[in-house]
Design a binder for this molecule. Structure first.
Ligand SMILES: *Cc1c(COP(=O)(O)O)cnc(C)c1O
Length: 448
């Protein structure tokens, strides 16, 4: 026990944690994790926690998966890193082949980076430069969705919802167009299921119609606006938005950083519909949650607009030091192997009906306003008043209290505002799922 306390003290002496009001670390102490296996994280007091949010949406097959551990060790003994300009390596080549083979049709080229924000920045810069390279020089702006989230670097923040995490930085950001979010529970047009006629799509079209000559790309998270509150929206919205991008000649950038790699029950959220994005951004689950890696996929058409004699200035001058790190790539390839060997998506498909049905029962709780789910993602939006949908204020500290109550039940619940969510590793077993859902219900009912 004392041992742990002294480690935490040493942590607080030097470390500044992300998304954390460090003052809260007194009231909610940091947890020192010693090891992990499958769904469980163990501290050294003999406690364990179900990793119900996949260690920030990146763990896929569970912690310390033997096959992925093995692949990483093997790679480590032959090549740990090499610069990626003028040089290449087999793990990157294999990974690019494997990803383009399963990606939406037409996404044939891969540009590597090292996290989700950089995968998005790469797409933004490529789209921007594409229009410069092809003589449509006025197309310099972007359009994205209210409540969207695409990362924490300046460019990614600029196409994210202002206010959510980054209101303070708004004067640093470049201006971009924002279309209404397809947030059905709090429909911006005040509609409900039956009366909906996709007013949010019309909102998007109005902006595109007026400004398309200035817009390079539409950026969105397909089907799940994750950080914005696990807002799961109708497939039809995605299909219609993609069609509008085509109609008005702007690129479609799909940010699958959170939704990629089986989260929604299919390999990519885009696989639920038939669309052809110009860019797809991947990270988080790509290495099964082991190592940093980012990837921006695009088409031959985009690639070809940069392919010319060097003196013509069409080169894409962008890169990151750890681009395509071989150990990261090896772990990504190993993860794709596990998807095949364990038939992960089929196993998950078997669990989804139970998961969805059980989640729907949360609607009976007086403070539950909405329940949303897709694949192994579930969200429960808490409200003060079901009828008026009145929200809990930040001072009511619902989120930190839920977090603390969750820990007592071995769950990691880090609500996004008033949205309690589960973002489960795909390796979750039915028995574990049952416990997790029952315990989550207990936690929420405590606040009723
Ligand atoms: C997390 C996230 C990002 C940013 O990824 P980082 O690796 O944290 O930079 C971008 N887009 C979406 C949709 C995300 O969920």
């Amino acid at each position: 026990m004392n041992g742990v306390k002294s480690w935490i003290k040493r942590d607080l002496k030097n470390i500044w944690h992300p998304y954390t009001q460090m003052k809260d670390c007194g009231d909610t102490p940091l947890i020192l994790i010693e090891r992990a296996k499958g769904l469980k994280l163990y501290d050294n007091n003999g406690n364990f926690y179900y990793d119900t949010i996949s260690s920030w949406w990146c763990n896929v097959h569970g912690h310390c998966h033997p096959a992925i551990n093995r692949a990483i060790r093997r790679q480590l003994d032959s090549l740990e890193h090499v610069l990626f300009a003028g040089f290449t390596h087999k793990p990157a080549i294999l990974l690019a082949e494997r990803i383009t083979a399963i990606a939406p049709r037409g996404l044939t080229k891969v540009f590597f980076s090292d996290n989700g924000s950089t995968a998005v920045e790469t797409a933004l810069k490529m789209s921007f430069q594409y229009w410069q390279n092809t003589g449509k020089c006025g197309k310099k702006k972007f359009i994205s969705l209210d409540r969207g989230y695409h990362g924490d670097t300046i460019g990614a923040m600029s196409v994210s919802a202002v206010g959510l995490f980054n209101g303070i930085f708004k004067d640093m950001l470049f201006r971009s167009f924002k279309a209404p979010a397809p947030y059905c529970y709090r429909c911006p047009a005040g509609k409900t299921g039956k009366s909906c006629s996709f007013e949010c799509v019309s909102g998007l079209e109005v902006i595109l119609k007026k400004n398309a000559s200035e817009i390079a790309a539409l950026v969105l998270e397909p089907l799940v606006m994750a950080a914005g509150g696990m807002i799961i929206y109708p497939k039809d919205y995605l299909v219609r938005a993609a069609a509008l991008a085509k109609k008005y000649n702007v690129h479609l950038i799909v940010d699958e950083v959170a939704t990629g790699f089986g989260r929604t029950g299919k390999m990519f959220a885009c696989d639920h519909v038939d669309i052809r994005p110009d860019f797809m951004c991947l990270s988080k689950g790509i290495t099964a949650g082991y190592l940093p890696l980012g990837m921006t996929l695009t088409s031959d058409e985009i690639y070809d607009a940069f392919y010319d004699d060097a003196y013509k200035g069409k080169t894409f001058y962008h890169g990151h030091t750890y681009t395509a790190n071989p150990i990261s790539c090896a772990s990504a390839v190993a993860s794709l192997d596990v998807f095949q060997e364990e038939d992960t998506l089929r196993r998950v498909k078997g669990l989804i009906p139970f998961f969805s049905k059980r989640l729907e029962k949360f609607r009976e709780i007086p403070i539950v306003g909405d329940v949303r789910h897709i694949g192994m993602i579930g969200a429960i939006e808490l409200v003060k008043d079901k009828k008026t949908k009145e929200e809990f204020g930040i001072k009511e500290r619902i989120s930190p209290e839920i977090y603390k109550a969750g820990l007592k039940k071995s769950l990691i619940l880090r609500p996004l505002g008033n949205v309690v969510y589960l973002f489960l590793p795909l390796c979750v077993k039915e028995r574990e799922l049952e416990y997790i859902l029952d315990a989550t219900q207990d936690v929420i009912e405590k606040f009723t």
